[in-house]
Design a binder for this molecule. Structure first.
Ligand code: FAD
Ligand code: NAP
Length: 607
């Protein structure tokens, strides 16, 4: 992979995957005949729900579509979006520590061990109700829906009737599940599930863990799809009105175009935003399917096509920041003229709130695994050569592995390969690797499986998520980081970025909470960094130290914080980042508010 930078009316960044870049300024011979695809497939304001993995007995695609295919009617929303509004009325407001659809936590039946602090919200499950027990039940062939293998279309009226514990249907993104058999297995408890009984649970689900792989987990509970009435009669809402509607709610809709020379095809995305970077666009090319997702604030713009001709594996991505233009330069396999770019695929040319998009995964290869502490390892994964993905500072991804036949997903925060990798120009093959510091819990569900992977094995990695915004660091004078255990992981890139890119920065102080000295991740690197860069200070606090420990001891407390968080002046710009077990983060937030730090001065990392 090579990196190049170019300027067009200002600055630009470019990453070339695998080979030297084609000259971006080459004169274009022809313009694509179907530029914009508008004649083929008008953009939709909302995506149609994607199908969950189909139960073996009957495919959901055997059902009529939840809304009729009406190419001109961009206003038809996905069932999930449409019912979301009625859900707000039906459901009580989310609790801060809502545990609806919590990720799986074993009940201690097969994997017994002391409850961690972060398991306080989990409801104790009965014996025989662990994730493993659920997987066994779903594979037993038992009829879990009560429909004898049929899939049906569910009307709103019908859905509402199934609102009792022993007859509970919930709609998620347009698909209806009978969750009664699952009640006792739900780590968040039956009451949490009942909050969405007989209604659309999409919003509730999204508020807590939209990444939980419910399609796989609940595939045997699938009842069918929602029967939809189109929100507007076919063809009522012209395309321009769709754009206007979106513009009122969020940023204005991007557009795209394409051009070609004898050997190259360039797809240009006009984002209509200035603050676009190389990490704003994620490109995946697999077989003939080409997918470029651009993230603009909380929205996602997707170019998704089945290419009409073959291309080479390597491509380059160029961002012209000051005009908000992204160019993706593909190399043709054969030097023929393309009549069209290809055929639109699901959600092509859509611009929708990010929370309404599904997570896209690609398979990455494990290339190394190194011990960091007695229980924490540095994993290095390699992206496929036909992917462009850079995880923004402060964001996480989801790793997905099949465990006993079910796809299990957990979030992890990429780090740098060391504290000394600086945020300058990305160096040669650096941005095809993603590093993770991961603690292996011997009795955990996911991490022992991850630890079993051999070099060369694959794990699926999602697109990034998270609400940290890099502009929070602009003009910062004091940055305070409060981390407990692997809560250190988001701090790595934040710290590195701030020290390298924020000229106003006066001090970065990390207070790092661990049980013992042996648990401290990258201790010697942290100490070296503090020695090398006088702006950086680190303080370790141990909850279970040996008698030799002369440093700070105990837990996060107002006394520790008020001593640690010394701002230079009342007006100096300060940011405090917190991450660790949920109760640690929640207690820390409360203490910071009590110490009169404002909401804007605090960022807590959570799922
Ligand atoms: P789990 O099965 O979740 O169990 C964890 C521990 O709790 C085990 O010891 C288990 O035995 C115990 N336990 C579980 N349930 C119970 C119960 N009912 N009673 C008693 N004990 C129980 N982790 C990292 O290491 N690195 C990261 O970069 C990272 N990034 C994250 C980013 C985000 C946004 C979030 C939310 C979490 C992140 N995590 C990270 C944590 C990670 O997602 C997993 O939660 C973690 O790896 C544990 O997964 P597991 O399935 O192996 O363990
Ligand atoms: P750990 O070793 O169990 O705990 C680290 C330190 O925090 C220990 O000193 C521990 O004290 C202390 N601690 C734990 N709970 C506390 C509480 N309620 N109040 C005060 N101190 C507390 O941590 P870990 O196993 O590495 O777990 C890290 C956590 O961070 C996980 O829950 C993970 O999900 C979370 N995480 C979140 C993100 C994110 O949201 N972006 C990223 C990474 C990790 P004890 O001696 O009492 O255990």
């Amino acid at each position: 992979m090579e990196i190049a930078k170019r300027t067009e009316n200002g600055s630009g960044q470019c990453v070339h995957l695998c080979r030297p870049p084609p000259a971006p300024d080459l004169p274009m011979q022809h313009r694509g005949a179907d530029s914009g695809y508008n004649a083929l497939a008008p953009p939709r304001a909302y995506p149609a729900p994607s199908l969950p993995p189909a139960p073996s007995r009957l495919l959901p695609s055997d059902l009529p579509a939840p809304h009729p295919p009406c190419p001109g009617s961009a206003a038809v929303r996905s069932p999930g979006s449409r019912f979301a509004s009625s859900l707000r009325v039906l459901c009580s407001p989310p609790r801060r520590s809502a545990v609806f659809w919590r990720p799986w936590i074993d009940d201690g039946g097969e994997k017994e061990q002391e409850a961690p602090h972060n398991a306080v919200e989990a409801v104790p499950l009965k014996q025989g109700r662990s994730l493993m027990d659920w997987i066994r039940l779903t594979k037993s062939g038992k009829d879990l829906t009560g429909l004898k293998g049929r899939l049906i279309e569910v009307t709103e009226e019908e859905l509402k009737k199934h609102n009792k514990k022993d007859d509970c249907w919930i709609c998620i993104r347009g698909f209806v599940y009978n969750v009664s058999p699952y009640m006792e297995y739900h780590p968040g408890g039956e009451d949490e599930l009942m909050r969405a009984a007989g209604s659309d649970g999409t919003d509730l689900f999204d508020q807590v863990h939209r990444w939980v792989n419910y399609e796989s987990m609940l595939k045997e509970c699938l009842v069918g799809r929602m029967a939809m009435k189109p929100a507007f009669p076919k063809g009522m809402l012209p395309q321009s009105q769709v754009t206007d509607t979106l513009a009122k709610e969020g940023p204005s809709s991007p557009s795209y175009d394409w051009f070609q020379t004898d050997s190259l095809v360039t797809i240009v995305i006009y984002t209509k935003q200035k603050d676009i970077n190389l990490d704003s666009v994620i490109v995946d090319h697999r077989d003939d399917s080409f997918r470029a997702e651009t993230v603009i604030k909380d929205y996602s713009y997707l170019v998704h096509v089945a290419l009409s001709h073959e291309i080479q594996e390597d491509f380059s991505v160029l961002v012209v920041e000051n005009v908000g233009k992204i160019e993706i330069v593909l190399k043709k396999k054969e030097n023929t003229s393309w009549k069209c770019l290809g055929h639109p695929q699901e959600n092509h040319n859509s611009f929708i709130p990010k929370k309404d998009t599904g997570l896209f995964y690609r398979k990455c290869q494990l290339v190394s695994k190194e011990d960091v502490t007695h229980d924490t390892k540095l994993f290095c994964l390699m992206l496929p050569p036909s992917t462009h993905l850079e995880v923004p500072v402060g964001q996480h991804v989801y790793l997905r592995l099949p465990i006993t036949g079910t796809e299990i997903v957990k979030p992890y925060t990429p780090v740098c390969d060391s504290l000394f990798s600086e945020f300058k120009e990305p160096v040669l093959p650096n941005n095809i690797y993603i590093y993770f510091l991961i603690k292996i819990y011997p009795a955990g569900f996911f991490t022992p499986e991850l630890d079993q992977l051999q070099i060369g094995d694959y794990v699926s990695v999602s697109n990034p998520e998270g609400n940290f915004i890099i502009s929070q660091l602009q003009e910062l004078e004091d940055l305070f980081l409060l981390a407990a255990g692997t809560g250190f992981t988001p701090m790595v890139k934040v710290l590195n970025y701030a020290l390298t890119n924020i000229p106003s920065l006066r001090k970065v102080k990390l207070m790092f909470f661990n049980k013992t000295e042996d648990d401290i991740i990258w201790r010697s690197q942290l100490e070296k960094l503090a020695f090398k860069d006088k702006r950086f200070e680190v303080e370790f606090v141990l909850s279970a130290p040996t008698s030799e420990w002369s440093g700070k001891q105990g837990y996060i407390s107002p006394a520790l914080l008020s001593e640690f968080l010394k701002r230079r002046s009342d007006t100096s710009k300060v940011l405090i980042c917190l991450c660790g077990p949920t109760p640690f983060t929640e207690q820390g937030m409360k203490m910071l508010h009590d110490l009169n730090f404002s909401k804007d001065e605090i960022h807590s990392f959570t799922a």
